[in-house]
Design a protein around this ligand. Structure first.
Ligand code: GUN
Length: 283
């Protein structure tokens, strides 16, 4: 048996069409949803990411502003920019691209963003809202993973989900989202002993470590659903995930490819969050 692919590009296309329609409806009321993307320094990967985010906004009818600053920008000046964007009524979402130069305290900058405009879902208030089940913004990558599970009609109630990775951006919020849908959740990480014994019990596995071949076919229960959040390069320089895709697809019932899986969903959920921020602001 070969697993069904969960196609992140196709699902993104569908969700972005919905975003575009909702953006049009808001525009008809005189509100254009707006995202500000702030980039400090010249990290090449960050430049590509922010370009893709701005382009995705344009394609879905959202207004976007890209603010680029030299790596020498002071923390005080960045905080002042964030404060100005907090007050700008044409901006509903603020994203400060990470990583920031080492002389800037990234957490301090994230906490300076108004929680009402925190479309990355990184603010401590957003994390608290997710933890307590209150309205807020969910981090885009795990939110995209939840949409992928929803797209295949997967009922998480009582299922065992194993999340590999415990980052604040993916692993921890992913675990909370799965828990909110009544899954039994295990969070594995670099100090976990006998990972295979855990993953073999899992109905759903989310691999979010940033290392190739963290999950191989012998670690997967037949019929499990496997979501691959990894973004790595293989020996030939080709993009690959954390999962041994060729092996695991022979065992899993559903699997996300890399590229074309979780990656496009992250930007899509940023658009969804920005639209949601604009809708909330206009109520
Ligand atoms: N750097 C890498 N991914 C992200 C992201 O999703 N948001 C922000 N702000 N920075 C990032």
């Amino acid at each position: 048996m070969t697993a069904h692919l969960i196609d992140g590009n196709a699902l993104s296309k569908q969700l972005r069409t919905e975003v575009a329609a909702r953006a049009q409806a808001l525009k008809a009321q005189g509100v254009t949803p707006g995202l500000a993307v702030v980039l400090v320094g010249d990290n090449p990967a960050s430049q590509v990411y922010v370009r893709n985010k701005v382009k995705a906004c344009e394609d879905s009818g959202l207004h976007s502003v890209l603010e680029k600053y030299e790596a020498t920008l002071t923390e005080a000046d960045l905080l002042a920019r964030v404060e100005a964007l907090n007050k700008d009524p044409s901006i509903h979402g603020i994203l400060v691209q990470l990583p920031l130069p080492p002389h800037i305290d990234a957490q301090k900058v994230i906490e300076a963003i108004s929680p009402a405009k925190d479309v990355d879902g990184f603010h401590i208030a957003s994390a608290g809202a997710l933890m307590t089940g209150m309205p807020g913004f969910w981090p885009c990558t795990p939110y995209g993973c939840m949409k992928m599970l929803e797209s295949i009609g997967y009922d998480l109630r009582g299922k065992h989900a194993v999340v590999i990775g415990r980052s604040n951006i993916v692993g921890k919020p992913m675990a909370l989202m799965l828990l909110q849908k009544d899954a039994t959740v295990t969070v594995a990480h670099s100090r976990t002993q006998n990972l295979k014994a855990l993953t073999l019990q899992a109905d759903v596995i989310v691999a979010a470590v940033g290392k190739r071949n963290v999950l191989t076919a012998d670690m997967v229960k037949p019929g499990a659903v496997v979501l691959d959040v990894g973004m790595n390069r293989n020996d030939e320089g080709k993009l690959c995930g954390d999962v041994d895709f060729e092996g695991v697809k022979q065992v899993a019932s559903h699997i996300t490819p890399v590229p074309g899986g979780v990656g496009p969903m992250t930007i899509t959920m940023l658009l969804v969050n920005t639209l949601e921020a604009a809708e909330r602001a206009s109520k």
